[in-house]
Unconditional design. Structure first.
Length: 506
């Protein structure tokens, strides 16, 4: 009996202490006492955890703001914001609102093996980002078009095969195959081979999926991250094992490239148009090892593989899904593509420059990504020293605040009739600079400020070149009127099944 008491007493004391701290935080803080939200969210993160786990928090978050207003409590000391004025304060250039501990769920226990995305230190992140910024810049895109064209050619071949055979297929899955092969080619100068078989080569898709599931949930309880990482890492079906697989894959690519350079010094002197990230970074490392080291090569590769496919595949799926559900918009887009083709301004392999000159294509892409952004959870940030006045509330230092992209994009004050897919809203706003400014301030599918997704331009490149080609060359038919999605940070379609036909005019 005494032994049992000794065993459970520490647990009882811990629970009591934790509960007392939660109650004090929830009830005593005079600044935050009046902020509404679900009752259980005042006392425990379990409410937020359970709703995120269900996989539809993007809509839960929108509905919470419709019920409670611009500031909603989601967990003790965690508040979701929907106020436009707060966007610049929290995410704008020069903001000192650092990423919250939720991002620790995305990091490796070894700081030398973590990704740029997960680094919470503002100064260290800025320093590391300098090593990569030129690789991802808009001016660098022209050097990656060959990689994208190569993958787009194979993608259209696969769709043509399905069309000739009259077979249904999961378009979302094939978009992910395309995005994976493009990022593999751009990063390592070698496709993974997903587009050849339509299969998960070397378990990469499954590994990324496991990382998403683990990181999203464990980030809500970051104090458990280290022990869970080491414990679950022993099991092949876990998120940590998925991250280890990705790290080993990148390390293997770096090692093989280093071996090729040593055995063949002319390697790494290829034409700029076809230089992959790894090749460029190895050249920079060999030129100045103090500036770029193997750690930076690993960080770049892991970041590209972990986020480089899902962001693009979700966005591609969003664009095509909305086009297929809105035939009037699809017809107008095809008309624009036809007119540009007749004028000699749209090539068989659509160039990035050509795509940027198509105003309706750009409006379609922007509107689809507004309606179905890749990320579906609040972008959590920590209030810096001195606190902050936001949306009529004073938030003390250490308070965690976040704006969910979906909440921002469905704000009726900024996007009237927000649930309607209307690309014209972006074209109409061109004649009203103030309206367009407000819309752009709330448009955040790739994040905002210094933590904007570093691969944003590459993702836009992949979409801009592929969408016009497949819209021009194929007719698609949805198997189901409504698709299903699951939100594990990225809001991915689970069933986006279509049939395709070659267009007679193609």
């Amino acid at each position: 009996m005494y032994l049992l008491v000794l065993l459970i007493l520490p647990f009882i004391l811990y629970t009591a202490t934790r509960l007392a701290r939660l109650i004090r935080t929830a009830l005593v803080n005079p600044y935050l006492l009046a902020i509404p939200g679900p009752f259980l969210a005042r006392f425990t993160r379990l409410w937020y955890f359970s709703h995120v786990r269900k996989g539809h928090f993007e809509w839960d978050n929108i509905n919470l703001h419709a019920r409670y207003g611009p500031v909603v409590r989601l967990a003790p000391n965690h508040y979701s914001i929907s106020d436009r004025a707060a966007v610049k304060t929290i995410y704008g250039p020069g903001s000192q609102f650092a990423k919250s501990a939720w991002y620790d769920g995305w990091s490796h226990p070894d700081p030398n093996k973590t990704s740029l995305f997960a680094d919470r230190n503002i100064k260290r992140h800025a320093e590391a980002k300098k090593r990569y910024s030129s690789l991802y810049s808009m001016t660098s895109l022209i050097h990656y078009e060959d990689f994208v064209d190569r993958c787009a050619d194979i993608f259209t071949q696969r769709v043509a095969e399905f069309a000739r055979q009259g077979e249904s297929f999961n378009l979302g899955h094939w978009f992910q195959c395309y995005a994976f092969d493009v990022i593999g080619d751009i990063t390592f100068g070698q496709r993974f081979g997903f587009l050849d078989q339509g299969q998960d080569m070397e378990g990469a898709i499954n590994a990324v999926e496991k990382v998403m599931n683990f990181s999203t949930l464990v980030g809500i309880y970051p104090e458990w991250r280290s022990i869970l990482y080491h414990t679950l890492g022993r099991f092949n079906l876990s998120g940590p094992s998925g991250r280890s697989l990705i790290i080993r894959y990148v390390e293997d690519k770096i090692q093989k490239f280093n071996s090729r350079v040593k055995s063949s010094p002319e390697t790494g002197q290829g034409a700029l148009q076809t230089q992959a990230f790894l090749e460029k970074m190895v050249l920079a490392r060999d030129k100045d090892p103090n500036k770029v080291g193997d750690r930076h090569l690993l960080m770049m590769g892991v970041s590209n593989l972990t986020a480089g496919s899902d962001t693009t595949s979700v966005s591609l799926s969003s664009i095509m899904y909305e086009l297929l559900r809105n035939p009037t918009v699809l017809r107008r887009l095809r008309q624009e593509i036809s007119e540009f083709t007749e004028q000699g301004r749209c090539s068989t392999r659509v160039t990035f420059k050509e795509s940027q000159e198509m105003p309706y294509l750009q409006a379609v892409m922007k509107e689809a990504i507004r309606m179905h952004s890749a990320t579906g959870l609040p972008l959590w940030r920590v209030v810096p020293a001195g606190g902050a006045e936001i949306s009529g509330h004073f938030f003390p230092e250490g308070t965690v605040l976040g704006i969910n992209t979906w909440v921002a994009h469905y704000d009726e004050r900024v996007f009237p009739d927000a649930k309607a897919f209307r690309p014209e809203r972006w074209i109409e706003a061109e004649s009203n600079p103030e309206t367009l400014k407000v819309m752009n301030e709330m448009y955040m599918p790739f994040g905002l400020g210094s933590r904007t997704c570093i691969g944003k331009h590459i993702s836009i490149l992949e979409m801009s070149k592929l969408i016009p080609r497949i819209v021009r060359d194929f007719d698609f038919e949805l198997e189901n009127e409504a698709w299903t999605t699951r939100n594990t940070w990225f809001v991915k379609s689970t069933e986006f099944v279509v049939k395709a036909e070659l267009r007679k005019s193609s």
